[in-house]
Ligand binder design. Structure first.
Ligand code: ACO
Length: 428
């Protein structure tokens, strides 16, 4: 008997089945042969929230949650954060290899020369309520972009596909910046293609009457590093949504609007916003013990702590802590940092958190940096969505090119009523 198999005995029938193991995994469909009789549908696996189900094979991002390891295409996140920039990392994530100088120059040129949005998109964004949440504007505009680029529906054409990828990476910082300026009642600033990817983004956010905006190099680099850290994170809620919507062969704009919507929730990319609101509510270091008590009594969640995959310190949180120090040198210290550090100190020593392997995740410190950089809290999820664009799109391409993939369609265990006859209203 081959060693790479799993032997299952069905005690209902006494029958034994040998199921192949590949990559330490069994195919869920292999369970279907396990039946009590011929009419039986066959065995399924039940996994609400996909806690132990691999939905794809992927070569993009590797995470070892127990050891706190994150790599894009094999490269450790720490090395990319130190030595790369966002656009280079984006190229790596999409194509699988670091670009040569020539490839990088061309890639950068193409992205930096697709930053303008159609004037009708600008008009459309101006139609939002004056205080619209920037993430709501971002998601809605992203969905609306599908109507400007109908060729995006030609998903089987690799040339058309890469064109939409260029557009999305290039234009979403513009959409994000417009949503920010709108929310503040400021005139929109058009892209400056002479600046770097993040430098241009800062210009569209901050520029007022000056002829040429000069981004602060420390803040420009800090934002770039934050973008690298957020570029991909394998099959998380937003990415899984991108793949599920994309599996019905919709265009990438519409699929990404869904992915961004999934990211918006406070248990996912909206957590950095929730962390900041929590820190402001705690208000003072002396209130930290009471807050921790409330968490342990299950009255509150410690936002920015815990992760479905990391059961160790999130490596991104470690890098962000270093970035925070550099940013605070320019901006001055965010007073909320002291509260965050005290929360972390207590939590990492407390049995409740230790037993459950609850450590700070990427969102615990990112909000504090964004706030020090004077971003309003409502912009935080948008700042997550911009860099995640490349992750969503690379995973979408991988899904489309994977011959094992089909339209995503989970099963259910039906526990409702059996068949019954309709009862007229006067008899109920
Ligand atoms: N505060 C207090 N207790 C927590 C927290 C938290 N932040 N996170 C998990 N726990 C507890 C749970 O109550 C549970 O305890 P129990 O076993 O006694 O019932 C145990 O730890 C395990 O947690 P689960 O909820 O089963 O873990 P799951 O993998 O389903 O959830 C999640 C992960 C959603 C991230 C969760 O940790 C959470 O809600 N954290 C706060 C929100 C947050 O920071 N989200 C950002 C995640 S990073 C990202 O998306 C970019």
């Amino acid at each position: 008997m081959s060693k790479d198999t799993l032997t299952i005995t069905d005690n209902r029938t006494g029958r034994t089945y040998e199921i192949p193991i590949e990559h330490d995994t069994i195919q869920a469909m292999a369970l279907r042969q396990i039946k009590v009789n011929e009419d039986d549908f066959g065995m399924m696996s039940y996994d609400p929230a996909f806690k132990n189900t691999a939905s794809t094979k992927s070569t993009i991002t590797y995470i070892d949650g127990d050891k706190g390891i994150l790599r894009y295409r094999g490269y450790p996140i720490e090395q990319l954060a130190e030595k790369s920039n966002y656009l280079e990392t984006a190229y790596l994530i999409l194509y699988g290899e670091l670009p040569t100088k020539e490839q990088y120059d061309e890639w950068e040129y193409v992205i930096l020369h697709h930053t303008f949005v159609h004037e009708n998109i600008t008009q459309l964004m101006k139609g939002f309520r004056h205080d619209a949440h920037p993430m709501g504007m971002f998601i809605a505009t992203l969905a609306a972009m599908s109507t400007y680029y109908p060729e995006g529906r030609e998903i089987s054409d690799p040339d058309k596909r890469i064109k939409q990828i260029h557009r999305l990476i290039a234009k979403l910082p513009t959409v994000a910046a417009f949503s920010y300026r709108h929310n503040r009642g400021l005139p929109y600033v058009y892209p400056d293609n002479d600046l770097s990817y993040t430098g241009n983004f800062l210009s569209m956010l901050d520029k007022m009457s000056e002829a040429k905006y000069k981004p602060d190099p420390v803040l420009e680099r800090a934002l770039d590093v934050l973008f690298i850290l957020h570029a991909d994170h394998e099959q998380n809620c937003g990415t899984a949504t991108m793949r599920v919507i994309g599996s019905s062969h919709t265009d990438p704009y519409t699929a990404m609007a869904g992915a961004a919507a999934a990211l918006y929730g406070p248990l996912h990319g909206g957590a950095n916003e929730a962390v900041l609101r929590m820190l402001m509510e705690i208000g003072d270091v002396k209130n930290v013990p009471d807050f921790v008590k409330a968490v342990k009594n299950r009255e509150r969640l410690l936002m920015g702590f815990g992760h479905r995959v990391y059961k160790n310190y999130d490596p991104r949180a470690r890098i962000i802590k270093q970035v925070a120090d550099e940013v605070f040198e320019v901006t001055g210290k965010n007073p909320l940092l002291a509260i965050a550090l005290e929360l972390e100190r207590i939590a990492l020593e407390d049995d409740f958190f230790v037993e459950r392997n609850l450590y700070p995740n990427v969102d615990f410190y990112s909000g504090i940096i964004y706030q020090a950089m004077r971003f309003p809290i409502a912009m935080f999820p948008v700042l997550f969505a911009i860099p995640r664009t490349i992750g969503w799109l690379s995973q979408w391409v991988e899904m489309l090119e994977d011959s094992e993939q089909k339209i995503a369609r989970p099963r259910q265990i039906y526990l409702g009523e059996g068949e019954r006859d309709f009862v007229p209203m006067d008899k109920r």
